[in-house]
Design a protein around this ligand. Structure first.
Ligand SMILES: NC(=O)c1ccc[n+]([C@@H]2O[C@H](COP(=O)([O-])OP(=O)(O)OC[C@H]3O[C@@H](n4cnc5c(N)ncnc54)[C@H](OP(=O)(O)O)[C@@H]3O)[C@@H](O)[C@H]2O)c1
Length: 296
């Protein structure tokens, strides 16, 4: 099968398409025939060497939508099931940017009935991250939350999930994204250097760090998206960062919200798997709204 990997860190040109053996699922694992696999910022990080692993072959891709194709013992799925999953890990030898991928059975959920594979593939990593980041904040209805990077994949889902829980959401986004983030349920949107009002918590998907921390009230909460880089606590503000974990049961809940129209899956463009390097190039240019998705 074909797989997108890096063997030497670098820019988009470092992405290689290699021929490799189709992986076999072990116990409590399944193999998915990939129908679509989103490209995320983490893949660019892996490619550039942010997570280490020099000298190894690193498989790219965390998000997948496809069809269960083979089962390990006690896997609990059926060949032919249409599924989505997150293949966790920056240092794995094969990822979802491939013809087939093996994932843990408990990282898998039935695919959204309302979406095609390309859109479905944009859900797992970023919806899980948004949900798990909100868990860390533990806000109640009526409390206020600022989401930075609200037009992005994590930020957009975070706005939608928080608004649904009755949290009063302010979105920080580029000026051109004002209507978009309001459509996600943000009651207020700030852009172009306007200072947000003091909030109970911030979910800092734009990685603004100490600047975003300043907008949290004394004793509030800050959650970042790059583990171990969150700013130090000031004024009694609790600071932490989300590190997404695979969770098929939670993913199933998020898929249900997709099918209910609560969460919006967005595809910017699709690329053939063999054009993975071009997709990385496009991501590096910036300004993408919705995900770039690779289709084998
Ligand atoms: N810890 C984890 O487990 C985890 C999981 C998933 C993602 N992440 C991280 O979360 C971050 C967001 O991911 P994503 O996929 O949501 O990225 P994304 O789709 O690129 O979204 C980021 C958004 O933030 C906007 N932005 C950046 N700086 C801004 C600023 N100063 N003012 C207003 N908007 C600004 C970007 O706009 P422009 O495009 O115009 O710059 C973009 O809309 C990434 O760093 C990613 O690596 C972490």
């Amino acid at each position: 099968m074909r797989a997108a990997v890096v063997t030497a860190f670098g820019g988009p040109e470092a992405v290689e398409i290699v021929e490799t053996d189709v992986p076999e699922p072990g116990a409590r694992q399944i193999r998915i025939k990939v129908a679509a696999a989103a490209l995320n910022p983490v893949d660019a990080g892996v490619r550039a060497g942010v997570f280490g692993g020099a000298g190894r072959r690193l498989g790219l891709g965390w998000d997948v939508a496809g069809t269960v194709d083979a089962l390990g013992a006690e896997a609990g799925w059926t060949v032919g099931d249409q599924v989505v999953a997150m293949a966790y890990g920056a240092l794995k030898s094969l990822g979802t940017h491939a013809d087939y991928v093996v994932v843990d059975a408990d990282a898998v959920a039935v695919a959204p009935a309302s979406l095609d594979a390309a859109h479905a593939a944009t859900v797992p990593l970023n919806a899980l991250t948004a949900a798990q980041a909100l868990d860390l904040l533990a806000l109640e209805a009526g409390q206020s939350l600022l989401v930075t990077g609200a037009a992005g994949a994590v930020g957009g889902y975070a706005v939608q999930l928080a608004a649904r829980r009755g949290i009063s959401v302010t979105a920080l986004a580029r000026e051109a994204d004002d209507a978009l983030v309001r459509s996600f349920g943000a009651g207020r949107s700030v852009a172009g250097g306007v200072e947000p009002r003091s909030v109970d918590a911030v979910l800092d998907a734009a990685v603004l760090g100490a600047t975003a921390l300043e907008w949290v009230r004394d004793g509030g909460s800050y959650v970042g998206v790059i583990p171990h880089t969150e700013p130090a606590s000031v004024r009694g503000v609790r600071t932490t960062a989300v590190e997404v974990t695979a969770d098929g049961a939670r993913l199933a809940e998020l898929v249900a919200l997709v099918d209910e129209g609560v969460l919006t899956a967005r595809v910017a463009e699709t690329y053939a798997l063999t054009d993975a390097a071009k997709a990385h190039e496009r991501l590096a240019e910036g300004g993408v709204r919705g995900r770039l998705v690779l289709v084998p």
